[in-house]
Structure formats: C-alpha cells, structure tokens
Design a protein around this ligand. Structure first.
Ligand code: ADP
Length: 186
C-alpha cells in the first residue's frame, strides 16, 4: 500500500506540473473559511511533527474567520507542500505558520518558518525550478521528486500572488506567499 501511495503521489505531481505548464490548472474558486482550512492542514501534519518532537504552531493575524473565495483545494495543496517540507527538513525546534488577512486589499498572506537544515544562497536560486533539490543527497535522505515547489509556485501565481523563500544554512527557512481572495456573493 505504501508503494502504491508513493507512486500515486509521483504521478499526481507529474500531472499537476504538466497541467500548470500547459496553463490548464483550471481553478475552481469556492467560498470557505481560511481558519478552518489552516486548522485542518496543521492537524494533518501534527502527528508527523509530534513524532519528531517539533513544536508546530499556527498563528492568525486577524479576520480569518471571514468567508473568502479562492481555489481551496489548490491552496491546500500549496500549504501541504510548504508545511510538509518545513516539517520534513527540520529535525529540532519548531515550525510556525503565520497567516494574515488584509480584508481591504482582499489578500491573504502566509508565512511558514522552520528551524531546520536551511538552504544555501546558491540552492535558494534553484529550488523552485522543476526537479530541483538542494543537493543530490536530498533524494536519498529525504525522498521527494523536487516538483513540489515548482508546482506550488505556479499555483500561487495562478492565485494572483508570488512565493519567496529566505533561508540561512543550518538555521532554518521561511517561505512566504500571498494570494488574492474574493468575497462571497451576497
Ligand atoms: P521535494 O520536497 O519533493 O524534494 P520540493 O520542490 O518541495 O521537492 O523542494 C525542493 C527542494 O527544496 C527540497 O528537495 C529541499 O532541498 C529544498 N527545501 C524545500 N523546503 C525546504 C525547507 N523548509 N528547508 C530546507 N530545504 C528545503
């Protein structure tokens, strides 16, 4: 079953990447509460983080109980990738997810900060490129295809935002992105 699941996740990554490249992500905006989505993604990561002794924290900065309109499934996919990476590449310390809603600008900003292995300045330039991992030992040690961030970047752009990473080798990394959201029709 676990082989089947890892194969499925590789196939899904390849399909999503191909779709994004063809400009065919096909967004499906729906109304939802950001707080509910965030809590569910964090709950999903909780046992993995706890198993590693990591402190996984979620911090809301205002207004997130409001109903917003965006492609919830694609946003979830980005959050699972970014938070999943933070947990995966951190052996000690914490992963903090910060979310802020700028209601007037109708934008939601996300930041995921970890105290993990970090990324060198050179690697930072290429991790968003498809099939790129920080170094060749990464696949052996951590698995993965190197497609997650390439897909996340394209999804975030399709959602009207940009994704950036800051990091210091050995100290940790922060991934930040914003998306445009609509308001539900009255
Ligand atoms: P994958 O996780 O499948 O390797 P990604 O595209 O999600 O692919 O990530 C690409 C690479 O970026 C990873 O292999 C890793 O080297 C680096 N990376 C991503 N997130 C982090 C993080 N939080 N800390 C350290 N390195 C990271």
């Amino acid at each position: 079953r676990s082989s089947g699941e890892s194969l499925l996740s590789i196939i899904n990554d390849l399909l999503d990447f191909a779709k994004a490249e063809a400009g065919k992500l096909g967004l499906l905006p729906v109304p939802f509460r950001a707080a509910t989505l965030l809590k569910s993604v964090v709950a999903m990561m909780e046992s993995l983080a706890r198993g590693k002794g990591l402190d996984l924290r979620l911090k809301f900065m205002g207004g997130l109980d409001a109903v917003i309109v965006a492609d919830e499934a694609r946003l979830r996919q980005v959050l699972v990738n970014i938070i999943g990476n933070a947990v995966k590449f951190t052996a000690r310390g914490s992963v903090e997810v910060r979310v802020a809603y700028a209601a007037a600008a109708r934008r939601v900003a996300f930041e995921v900060q970890d105290t993990g292995i970090g990324i060198s300045p050179l690697d930072l330039e290429r991790i968003f490129a498809p099939f790129s991992q920080a170094d060749s030992s990464t696949t052996r040690k951590y698995g993965g295809t190197g497609l997650g961030l390439a897909i996340s970047q394209r999804i975030v752009e399709a959602l009207g935002g940009k994704i950036v990473a800051r990091s210091e080798l050995g100290k940790g990394s922060t991934f930040a992105f914003e998306i445009d959201v609509g308001e539900p029709a009255a």
